[in-house]
Write a protein that binds this ligand. Structure first.
Ligand SMILES: [Zn+2]
Ligand SMILES: [Zn+2]
Length: 272
C-alpha cells in the first residue's frame, strides 16, 4: 500500500517538500491550516515553543483534516551571527497521527539572503531605494513592520515602488518602520532550497529501519562529548561517540569514533 502523508502548511510548501517523498513512493497531499497561529517570522505572532515542538504542533493540526498515515510539517528559524550573516535552520517532521511519534529531518545554511533596515521620518526616498538594492527584488520580497506594532506587518513587497508607497503612507506616523526580508516560505527561494534539503534528510532517516522493532526512522543521533585531550588527557567538548536511537522503542546503538583523542586547541585545561 502506498504510504500517504498530509502536509500541513499555509505557505505552499508542497512543491518544495513533496519531490523528496516521491523518490520513496509516498503520495503527499496538502492540508491548509493556519500555521501562523504558532508564530511568524514578522514577530506579530510570537513563537511560544521550540522549533521542533512548533513543527510537531503544526503537523498535528492535520489530524482533524483528513485520513493519512503520516502528518508532515516544517519549521524554520533564522538567526543572525555577530558579523551579520544570517543562518537558516529548517526542520521537516513526519508525525504518526496515532502514536504521535515524531521523526525529524534537518538542514541548515549560513548565508541565507537577508536584509533589514529602519526607516523613520528623516529617511529620504533615495536612501530607501539604496537599501532596496540589497534586497534581491523581485526574487525575494520585503516586509514592512511598524516598530510600535500598531498595525499588522505588510509583506510580499516585490518592487521598490511598493516599498516607497507604504513608507509614504506610514511615515506620517510617529513610529519608525523596520523593513526586512519576507521569510515566508512561498516568497523566499533561499529558504526553499534549505527546506528541500531537510525533506531529503527526513526521507533518508525514514529509510533507516530499527533493528529491534522494524519501524522506520532509526538513528536520532545524539553526540556524546568528552574526547580526551591529546596533551593532558582531560575530557574535551569534542564528541567521542554518538548514540543512534529509535524514536519508537528504547533501542539504541553507540557508535564510537575512530579518533582516540582531541587536539589540545579544544581543551579547556591546555587552551582555556
Ligand atoms: Zn525501535
Ligand atoms: Zn588538555
Amino acid at each position: 500500500m502506498t504510504p500517504t502523508a498530509l502536509l500541513v502548511t499555509k505557505h505552499q510548501k508542497h512543491e518544495v517538500i513533496a519531490p523528496a517523498f516521491a523518490q520513496i513512493g509516498w503520495e503527499v497531499q496538502t492540508a491548509v491550516a493556519d500555521t501562523d497561529a504558532l508564530g511568524t517570522f514578522a514577530g506579530d505572532v510570537p513563537r511560544r515553543f521550540t522549533p521542533l515542538e512548533t513543527a510537531r504542533r503544526k503537523a498535528l493540526l492535520g489530524s482533524t483534516l483528513g485520513p493519512a498515515q503520516w502528518l508532515l510539517a516544517s519549521e524554520g528559524s533564522i538567526s543572525t551571527s555577530p558579523i551579520g550573516v544570517a543562518r537558516d535552520i529548517e526542520l521537516v517532521v513526519a508525525v504518526d497521527p496515532t502514536l504521535r511519534t515524531t521523526i525529524v529531518g534537518s538542514a541548515s545554511l549560513l548565508g541565507i539572503h537577508s536584509v533589514r533596515f529602519e526607516v523613520d521620518r528623516t529617511t529620504t526616498d533615495d536612501e530607501i531605494v539604496e537599501h532596496c538594492r540589497e534586497a534581491d527584488l523581485p526574487r525575494h520580497h520585503l516586509l514592512v513592520v511598524p516598530s510600535d506594532r500598531s498595525i499588522a506587518p505588510l509583506g510580499g513587497l516585490a518592487s521598490v515602488e511598493s516599498v516607497l508607497e507604504i513608507c509614504h503612507r506610514l511615515k506620517r506616523r510617529k513610529s519608525s518602520l523596520v523593513i526586512q526580508t519576507d521569510f515566508r516560505a512561498h516568497l523566499c527561494p533561499s529558504r526553499q532550497a534549505v527546506i528541500a534539503s531537510a525533506a531529503e534528510d527526513l526521507v533518508a532517516r525514514l529509510a533507516r529501519i530499527c533493528p529491534n522493532c522494524d519501524r522506520p526512522g532509526f538513528g536520532e543521533e545524539t553526540p556524546i562529548l568528552g574526547l580526551p585531550c591529546r596533551s593532558c588527557g582531560q575530557p574535551t567538548k569534542e564528541p567521542k561517540a554518538h548514540r543512534d536511537s529509535c524514536p519508537w522503542c528504547e533501542f539504541e546503538v553507540l557508535q564510537w569514533f575512530d579518533q582516540e583523542n582531541a587536539d589540545s586547541i579544544h581543551c579547556e585545561e591546555c587552551n582555556p
